[in-house]
Design a protein around this ligand. Sequence first.
Ligand code: THU
Length: 144
Amino acid sequence: MKHQIEVSPIVADAFKVAIKAQANSHSPYSHFAVGAALKFKNDEFIYPGCNVENASYGGTICAERTAVFSRVANKGKGHLEFAVVLAHTTNPTYPCAMCLQVFSEFCEVDFPIYMGNENGLLKKMTFKDFLPHSFDTLSEGQRS
Ligand code: THU
């Protein structure tokens, strides 16, 4: 088994939120259930997300983006504090590039992303580890 990492109580709470969200994943096509939990600054609520697949395939949305859009729909845009992403995998599952691009709209480059599985959190990385340079039309095409 991979080594679990020590996390703060709020991240441990988010892990539980992501576990519950993962149980709600609608993934009959890939059978790859993903759960996410997002904490935004100055907001106590932890936003859950799960992947919701569609028979068209292209209509599928990832767990991370479900959670981001839920926050925006509920309270408007915000500043991401950290993310938790879970899958039923031995190794940490990394957020896909499209979700990273969506995160980039609402996060700083040092935004922490915790990854794990149903047994616990396995790895912490920061946004810039994944996407050091993002597409950003508000900053003349780039942000780094
Ligand atoms: N998936 C996510 O939910 N998040 C990611 O970051 C990567 C992929 C989902 C999409 C699809 O339902 C399933 O995983 C398999 O690709």
